[in-house]
Design a binder for this molecule. Structure first.
Ligand code: FES
Length: 357
């Protein structure tokens, strides 16, 4: 054991046979490993066939730029396949064809770039081995100049500027490769309509009956007893071609409270029917279904991040990350006593978005 001269603490090396503990001018210790593995150095340099035979070098060059051009062809193929094999909602086979041909194009584009770059590096770029010793991160002027020199040298050795066909075909391949992604993402957005407008409208309109989810059975006002809650969809939703998209906007919760418990603001006096109120089920935080109703407190709870809405106060947020109340659906009854909407919602449902006023 060694004695610390400064503090008098004992210093214990991990293993006296494997390491030595040396005192230095600085506080602390330096551990020197006795049986460190010898650096074996580099294996002897063996020139490649492309270093020895100019014809093989030219062949390798042709292979590399052909691969980059193949990559461009793959990207163009993917874009063409997107247009030539559109997805038809009523034909599951069209999804398979669409995925297959777009996938083949993207795979070819990516593989060809990758293989071309590796082949360029292995067969044509300068293969001189070098050792970079670790040094401090801060760079001096000499370091900067040396870095610029290294870049120049790399350019010279890789032939990036000299081999114009390879360079240009690589740039072309890298530019073409993201195109299928751009086209695919654009395809996710609704076509021919303003997305903001689409989010602002639901299937609810004047006279549309409120029906049970999922059966679509109309609901009479007399069915809604005090304290009960119904999951509601608009009549005809189950027959809509874009049923899921419409349901994601139009789902509603229906509850009955004592009319005297409701605090109704000006302009909303006729939005409830004898204490029956309907609110959007889509949370205004990030759009989860608000599915839990506390009968005693008249609170609606969103299970995703625990936002709570007070139904007695027009679904104001009383807890959680949601920033605005659940939109209310104005309702009344028709001549047969069934609950119907007075109109669509007066504001967009769900999470706030950039078009919101
Ligand atoms: S989605 Fe409802 S609280 Fe987050």
């Amino acid at each position: 054991m060694a004695q610390d001269e400064n503090g008098g603490h004992e210093l214990t090396p991990a293993s006296s046979s494997a390491v030595d503990v040396h005192r230095t001018g600085d506080p602390g210790t330096a551990v020197i490993i006795r049986d460190a593995v010898e650096n074996p150095g580099f294996p002897p340099h063996r020139p490649r066939v492309t270093d020895l035979d100019p014809r093989k070098e030219r062949r390798a060059e042709r292979t590399v730029y052909t691969l980059f051009y193949l990559s461009i062809a793959g990207s163009v193929w993917a874009v063409a396949a997107y247009m030539a094999f559109p997805i038809n909602d009523s034909d599951p086979g069209s999804v398979r064809l669409n995925n297959l041909f777009i996938g083949l194009g993207i795979a070819l584009a990516l593989l060809a770039i990758g293989i071309g770059a590796v082949h360029w590096g292995k067969a044509l770029m300068h293969e001189k081995e070098g050792v970079d010793l670790r040094h401090s991160v801060r760079g001096s002027e000499q370091t900067t100049a040396r870095a610029a020199e290294i870049f120049r040298q790399a350019d010279e050795e890789s032939g990036f500027n000299r081999r114009v066909l390879i360079r240009n075909s690589l740039i072309g391949a890298l530019i073409a490769f993201p195109l299928p992604g751009v086209i695919l993402f654009r395809g996710l957005a609704p076509q021919g309509v303003d997305p903001a407008e689409l989010l602002s409208q639901t299937m609810w309109a004047k006279g549309v009956r409120l029906t049970r989810d999922p059966s679509g059975t109309p609901i009479k006002a007399s069915d809604v007893t005090l304290g009960s809650a119904f999951h509601v969809i608009p009549e005809g939703l189950n027959d809509a071609p874009d049923m899921l998209e419409q349901k994601a906007k139009a789902a509603v919760l229906l509850m009955r409270l004592k009319p005297e418990d409701l605090h109704v603001s000006k302009g909303r006096e006729n939005w409830n029917y004898d204490g029956i109120v309907a609110y959007s089920k889509i949370c205004t935080h990030v759009g989860c279904p608000v599915a839990l109703y506390e009968q005693q407190t008249h609170h609606l709870l969103c299970p995703c991040h625990q936002s709570q809405f007070d139904i007695t106060h027009e679904a104001q947020v009383i807890f959680g990350p949601a920033k605005r109340p659940l939109p209310q659906l104005p309702i009344t009854v028709d001549a047969d006593g069934y609950l119907v909407a007075r109109s669509d919602f007066h504001e967009p449902v769900g999470p706030s978005f950039w078009e919101r006023h």
